[in-house]
Write a protein that binds this ligand. Structure first.
Ligand code: H2B
Length: 101
């Protein structure tokens, strides 16, 4: 399904539903850094998220060093940020909460 690029106002509004996420400085993605207890937890999160991302057919741009996973989400097909990015962000929040519980 072709996704519509969200307006800046819609992005600001939707960011309130995913605490911890922010608009990247260049406005090209929503971004968040997750800090886990160790590498195994960080990589476990990435493994589980990879399967969820594949199901959604929406894939994160991310960077891992030891217990930190830095994530940027956008929709290159739409040339901006869409509701799919917020769906993936919400899924990440659920999973990260579980990992840190
Ligand atoms: N992931 C992200 N983050 N943005 C996209 O635009 C995107 C994707 N497009 N995963 C999908 C795959 C597309 O390339 C395929 C062809 O459906």
């Amino acid at each position: 399904m072709k996704q519509e690029k969200l307006s800046s106002a819609a992005i600001v509004e939707k960011l309130e539903t995913v605490p911890g996420w922010a608009l990247r400085d260049d406005g090209g993605a929503i971004t968040r850094s997750f800090k886990f207890r160790n590498f195994a937890e960080a990589f476990g999160f990435m493994s589980e998220m990879a399967l969820a991302a594949e199901k959604l057919d929406h894939h994160p741009e991310w960077f891992n060093v030891w217990a930190t996973v830095k994530v940027d989400l956008n929709t290159h097909d739409a040339g901006g940020i869409t509701k799919l990015d917020f769906e993936l962000a919400a899924r990440m929040e659920e999973l990260a909460k579980k990992a840190l519980a």
